[in-house]
Design a protein around this ligand. Structure first.
Ligand code: SAM
Length: 282
C-alpha cells in the first residue's frame, strides 16, 4: 500500500501532551483535549507527505537542529488557528475611527498615526483598520499620514495577507461604500485591496511571546484580538504589560471582549464603553 493510503495509528495521549507542551513553550498557545483530532489530522497529513509513519520520529525531526526549525515553520502554519475576517468585531474597529476623528477634530494629530495588529492572520483585521483610518484622513481632506504594522507567527498567513486578495465570501462583511472605494474585482473573481491601503500596511513575522523583539517604537493603537485567549493568564498579563511600553501617551489598546480579566497597569485606564474592551494609556 502507498504512503498516502496507509492509515496512521492514533496519536496517543502521551504524544498529544508532548505536542501541547512544545506548542505552548514555543508559541504560548494552549491546546485543549478537543484539539486532539485537529492536531492529529494536521500532523499525520504532514507525516504522509514526508513518508513518516511514526509520530515519535516526526516529533524528533521537528525538534532537531536546523532542519527541525524549518519543519517547525511548516507544521505551526498548519496547526495555528487562523480564523479571521474583515470587521470581525466591527464595534472595535469603529472605536478606532472615533478615536482618530476626535484627534483630527481637536487638531491633536501632530505626527503620523500608527497602529499595530497583533496576531493578524491573513490580514483582514489590518485592512479593516486601514479602511477606517483612511476614511478619516479622506473625510478631513488631509494627506493620509498613517501606517499599520501587522504581526503574526504564520509565514503562510502573512504571505496571503501581503497579496491582499480575497474571495468574494471573505469581503462580504465590508460595507457597500467601503467595498466600492477600497476593493477591486480581479479577472478571476477575487477582490484585491486598493493599493493606497496596501502600501500603508506592513506585514511582518513575530512571535509575541518574544515581545522584546518587537520594534522599538510607540504607536497610537494596538489591536490584539482573538490571540490572548489561547494563552495562560500570566502570559496574557506579561504580553499586555510589554505592549503598554509601545503605546504613545493617550494611545489605546483594544483586546477581544473578555479576553483580558483582572489586568491592572498603573499607566492604563479601562475606558467604559459598551461592546469594546479598550484601555487608554495616560
Ligand atoms: C484566531 S487568529 C486571530 C486573527 C485576528 N486577530 C482576528 O481577531 O480575526 C490568531 C492568530 O494569531 C497567530 N498567533 C498565534 N500565536 C502567536 C504568537 N505567539 N505570536 C504571533 N502570532 C501568533 C496565529 O498564527 C493566528 O493567525
Amino acid at each position: 500500500m502507498g504512503w498516502s493510503l496507509r492509515t496512521l495509528p492514533t496519536l496517543s495521549l502521551e504524544q498529544f501532551a508532548q505536542w501541547c507542551k512544545l506548542l505552548e513553550e514555543r508559541t504560548g498557545m494552549q491546546l485543549v483535549p478537543q484539539h486532539k483530532a485537529l492536531l492529529e489530522s494536521q500532523i499525520s497529513t504532514r507525516m504522509r507527505e514526508l513518508g513518516f509513519d511514526d509520530y515519535d520520529r516526526y516529533y524528533q525531526q521537528v525538534t532537531d537542529g536546523v532542519a527541525g526549525k524549518l519543519e517547525w515553520t511548516i507544521i505551526i502554519d498548519r496547526i495555528a488557528v487562523k480564523e479571521t475576517g474583515f470587521f470581525r468585531h466591527r464595534a472595535s474597529i469603529e472605536y478606532v475611527r472615533g478615536f482618530l476623528q476626535k484627534k483630527i477634530n481637536n487638531q491633536a494629530l501632530t505626527q503620523s498615526f500608527d497602529a499595530w495588529s497583533i496576531g493578524c492572520a491573513t490580514g483582514e483585521e489590518a485592512y479593516s483598520l486601514a479602511m477606517v483610518i483612511n476614511d478619516c484622513f479622506e473625510l478631513a481632506a488631509l494627506n493620509p499620514y498613517y501606517g499599520i504594522t501587522a504581526f503574526d507567527l504564520s509565514v503562510s498567513a502573512l504571505a496571503t495577507a501581503r497579496k491582499g486578495r480575497y474571495a468574494k465570501r471573505k469581503v462580504e462583511a465590508v460595507k457597500a461604500d467601503e467595498f466600492k472605494r477600497y476593493t477591486k474585482q480581479l479577472t478571476d473573481g477575487s477582490y484585491e485591496i486598493a493599493s493606497r491601503l496596501r502600501e500603508r500596511v506592513c506585514f511582518t513575522q513575530a512571535n509575541i511571546i518574544n515581545h522584546n523583539n518587537l520594534p522599538n517604537v510607540k504607536v497610537d493603537v494596538i489591536f490584539c484580538q482573538n490571540l490572548l485567549v489561547y494563552f495562560r493568564r500570566w502570559l496574557r498579563r506579561d504580553i499586555l504589560n510589554a505592549l503598554v511600553d509601545h503605546l504613545k501617551p493617550g494611545g489605546i489598546l483594544i483586546t477581544g471582549l473578555g479576553e483580558v480579566v483582572e489586568w491592572d497597569h498603573p499607566k492604563m485606564q479601562r475606558v467604559v464603553v459598551e461592546d469594546v474592551q479598550v484601555y487608554v494609556r495616560e
